[in-house]
Design a binder for this molecule. Structure first.
Ligand SMILES: [Zn+2]
Ligand SMILES: [Zn+2]
Length: 95
């Protein structure tokens, strides 16, 4: 199973970059509507999702939550490790 093609999709009429946000970023669709001029067009035969940058992840709320959770865990782990190092250095300095 392959997901929608992530593309930069400038409007065919006014050139405004079409970015799919929210549920559109996770729901593949054929046709896109320009927020600027209202033009509805079909950039490709396949499902596409308009993105600002190709490397940008889709705004899947579950994924974002998971990433935030991992980041928090990592920060906590780092803080603990740094505290341990400080404790080690401090004891070395004082003895
Ligand atoms: Zn769209
Ligand atoms: Zn437009």
């Amino acid at each position: 199973m392959s997901g929608p093609v992530r593309m930069r999709l400038p409007c065919e009429r006014c050139g405004t970059l079409h970015i799919d946000r929210g549920e559109f970023s996770t729901r593949p669709h054929h046709t896109h509507q320009c927020e600027e001029c209202g033009l509805v067009w079909r950039p490709a035969i396949v499902d596409t999702v308009g993105v600002r940058f190709l490397w940008e992840q889709s705004e899947d709320p579950g994924l974002a939550e998971e990433r935030a959770r991992l980041r928090d865990g990592f920060r906590r782990g780092m803080a603990r490790a740094i505290a341990d190092i400080h404790a080690m250095i401090d004891t070395e300095e004082t003895t």
